[in-house]
Design a protein around this ligand. Structure first.
Ligand code: AHM
Ligand code: MG
Length: 334
């Protein structure tokens, strides 16, 4: 029997039918994001062929060199969604301030936060990179959105997802129930349901961390990583180390196989490296919906109330039991 062909549009429409009061606005927003993913994916896939590689010479708000594809992806996300009347405000990891909806367009009920091209230092080496997004409801009183809308805790997200540009392009998202993955079929131009109700194993056998930073780690992290290298009595092997240096790719692998990703605070970066609202929160929302866990070492990522849109956070994310173990080591309980 041939497999059931479920496009992302069909999946979104079918899901919407379960909520008779839904206006369809939110479903349309997810379709807009899938459209942006196709456009960005197209450019990422031909990045090695055309002259879009290399630095633009500009730096972003974090003082990093911005590559052309970052700017392109940022622009695509904005332009695919600015005119739809569904969003009241956006914010991007690549831009210093929140992004208002242009005056000529209507403001809507939703807020979009995104990292347009995460792991972009890997572009030139043909290593997987990704786009991460997070959606909230508008909570501010005025007609259009404000900073307040962009600083909601991760637990208030109503949807989150990422697109991974790898050996194929995949869109993984959750609207709060299951986590689903769609693989892009370029021959028909559609994302097709390939991973239904993704569940992360309760315990994994992979750890992902930039161990080059270990001299700067605190004792808890050092002890935890040493613990992972010991031969486990049950499995008769230590954990395997896998680190791509591209968050979406490291996260995606661990989500499917089980494992833990850590970007801890260290002596040089006491707040960690990754950004709370663009990177940690959406992936935390996904991992919790898949049965995993995300922590900053002391509290759930989703419970942190952001104070600024570019706030950084330590991130420990993945299989539930592995993240709980890491927390125990960090808190000196083991
Ligand atoms: P970016 O948003 O500037 O691309 O940086 C985030 C990336 C993540 O994809 C990855 O997990 C991390 O930085 C890797 O950092 P490091 O090179 O310090 O290990
Ligand atoms: Mg990033």
């Amino acid at each position: 029997m041939s497999p059931k062909l479920v496009t992302i549009e069909r999946h979104i429409t079918d899901t919407q039918r379960k909520f008779p009061h839904a206006t369809g606005e939110f479903s349309a927003l997810l379709n807009d994001l899938a459209f942006a993913a196709k456009i960005i994916g197209r450019e990422v896939n031909k990045a090695g062929l055309v002259d879009v590689l290399g630095f633009t010479g500009a730096t972003n708000v974090h003082g990093e060199e911005v590559r052309k594809l970052d700017e392109y992806a940022d622009e695509v996300m904005f332009r695919a969604l600015d005119h739809t009347g569904r969003l009241c405000v956006m914010a991007s990891e690549e831009r210093e301030d929140i992004i208002p909806i242009p005056k000529k367009f209507k403001c809507g009920n939703y807020v979009l936060l995104y990292d347009p091209l995460d792991g972009s230092s890997n572009i030139d080496a043909n290593v997987s990179i990704g786009t991460i997004f997070s959606i909230y409801r508008k909570i501010s009183a005025g007609e259009c959105g404000t900073l307040e809308d962009c600083l909601q805790p991760g637990s208030d997200q109503i949807a989150a997802g990422y697109i991974i540009y790898g050996s194929s392009t995949m869109l993984v998202f959750t609207t709060g129930n299951g986590v689903c993955g769609f693989t892009y079929d370029p021959s028909v131009g559609e994302f097709l349901l390939s991973h239904e109700n993704i569940q992360i194993p309760k315990r994994g056998k992979i750890y992902s961390v930039n161990e080059g930073n270990s001299a700067r780690w605190n004792e808890g992290i050092k002890k935890y990583v040493e613990h992972l290298k010991q031969v486990d009595e049950e499995t008769n092997r230590p954990y395997s180390s896998r680190y791509i240096g591209s968050l979406v790719a490291d996260f995606h692998r661990n989500l499917l196989y089980g494992g833990i990703f850590l970007y801890p605070a260290d002596k040089k970066s006491p707040h960690g490296k990754l950004r709370l609202v663009y990177e940690a929160n959406p992936l935390a929302f996904i991992v919790h919906r898949a049965g995993g866990y995300a922590s900053n070492g002391g509290q759930r990522i989703l419970d942190i109330k952001p104070e600024s849109i570019h706030q950084r956070t330590p991130l420990i994310i993945g299989s539930l039991e592995d993240v709980k173990d890491a927390e125990a080591f960090i808190q000196g309980k083991r």
